[in-house]
Ligand binder design. Structure first.
Ligand code: P1T
Length: 377
């Protein structure tokens, strides 16, 4: 099936009770036991919920995976994945990831004896050198948040498998519409479904997709043990939103590419990063492992004062954390999404105080261009 056909139908047969075309929101947390000691599938809502299961089946198909699990947020998905580790285990992470992922690993999980190395995955030799007998996971985001560095999923997966490790890819920025990490060799895909998958800035959610039953069983056990599950209503909203994922992603991509090209020649911008521009150092890799370039553009202005004034002058672009919604947002990474990194840590990877992440929405592009131009002036 084509992507949109799957997005609209996968996992969703008419409801058995009424033939409802749209899956119902199974708003129940317990299920009548047909007989004492019986062996039925549904017992308790933390363990099983039909609306959640449908969402899980849907995203598994879209990512070309066998199994999926849904969580109450993207970080809950990441946390549950790392719940399969034990004290003493080691994870190698790309040096630029979402600030909340950094905080979870560096400030929270490290307290439980799990160790993390932060490496630039452009240099796979350094990654290999950092592997120890305790290493269990290579964890990457590509493109990274907010610097839009690309990481070669194929090569990282090969390295992971050479050392018997799991290659985990956070695919939030691309979605399976533009990038399918499992087909490039990755073992596990992570999503913050809060972003493009839901796309309407009204749900917080996370998803994990994989092919290996052993890994699935372990994460499912953690999901049930810690209870980081989404509500049936949130699952239903994400399912509904995924039906339009393809049309939204095409428009995000089209708008962003047009805006990136125009901003490239704006003298008030010191640096512009967008994988769809030929000036992006990994533009060739972008064309190889992605089928589009996404809706995020990162720019650097000349100084902090001009950055503040630019952010305050925008009218359509809203200054807010998050990305991937139909409405355009701007984010000041240093003080917002990546505030949990130290000043030095941010500067080391290139998140300066003049860096702005633009999430290009699907409004009329002429309005977006005009808004950016007036604020840049
Ligand atoms: O917010 P939550 O649903 O928990 O998702 C966490 C997360 C995971 N992975 C990536 C790549 C992300 O960008 C995020 C969340 N990011 C933002 C809130 C942001 O503004 O960048």
């Amino acid at each position: 099936m084509g992507f949109s056909t799957d997005a609209i139908h996968a996992g969703q047969t008419p409801d058995k009770a009424t033939n409802a075309v749209i899956p119902p929101i199974y708003m129940t947390y317990t299920y009548a036991q047909e007989e004492f000691g019986g062996n039925q599938e549904y017992h308790y809502g933390r363990s099983q919920n039909m609306t959640r299961n449908i969402l899980e089946q849907n995203i598994a198909v879209l990512e070309d995976g066998k199994y999926a699990l849904a969580f109450s947020s993207g970080v809950a998905a990441i946390h549950s994945l790392t719940g399969i580790l034990k004290s003493g285990d080691h994870v190698i992470v790309s040096d630029n990831v979402y600030g909340g992922t950094y905080r979870l690993f560096d400030k929270s999980l490290s307290q439980f004896g799990i160790t993390f190395s932060w490496i630039d995955f452009d240099d796979l030799l350094s990654v290999e050198k950092a592997i120890t007998l305790q290493t269990k996971i290579l964890f990457i985001e590509t493109p990274t948040n907010p610097l839009l560095n690309l990481i070669d999923i194929n090569r990282v997966s090969e390295l992971a498998h050479k050392h018997n490790l799991l290659c985990v890819v956070d695919n939030t920025f691309m979605t399976p519409f533009f990038q399918k990490p499992l087909n490039l060799g990755a073992d596990v895909v992570i999503h913050s479904s809060t972003k493009y998958l839901n796309g309407h800035s009204d749900v917080i959610g996370g998803l994990v997709v994989m092919n290996d039953k052993v890994v699935f069983d372990k994460i499912k056990f953690v999901q049930n043990s810690i209870g980081a599950i989404p509500s049936p209503f949130d699952c239903w909203l994400v399912l509904r939103s995924i039906k339009t994922l393809a049309v939204r992603m095409k428009q995000h991509n089209k708008n962003a590419l047009q805006i990136a090209k125009i901003l490239s020649s704006n003298k008030n911008i010191k640096k512009i990063i967008y994988p769809g521009l030929e000036t992006h150092p990994q533009h060739e890799l972008a064309k190889e492992q992605m089928t589009g370039f996404g809706g995020i553009i990162t720019i650097e202005l000349n100084d902090f004062e001009k950055t503040k004034s630019f952010l305050n002058k925008l009218k359509i672009f809203t200054l807010a954390e998050s990305l991937g919604g139909v409405e355009s947002l701007v984010n000041h990474s240093a003080t917002m999404t990546h505030a949990s990194l130290s000043n030095e840590g941010r500067l080391k990877i290139g998140i300066t105080d003049s860096l702005i992440r633009i999430s290009v929405g699907i409004e009329d592009v002429e309005d977006l261009i005009q808004d950016l131009n007036q604020a840049l002036k």
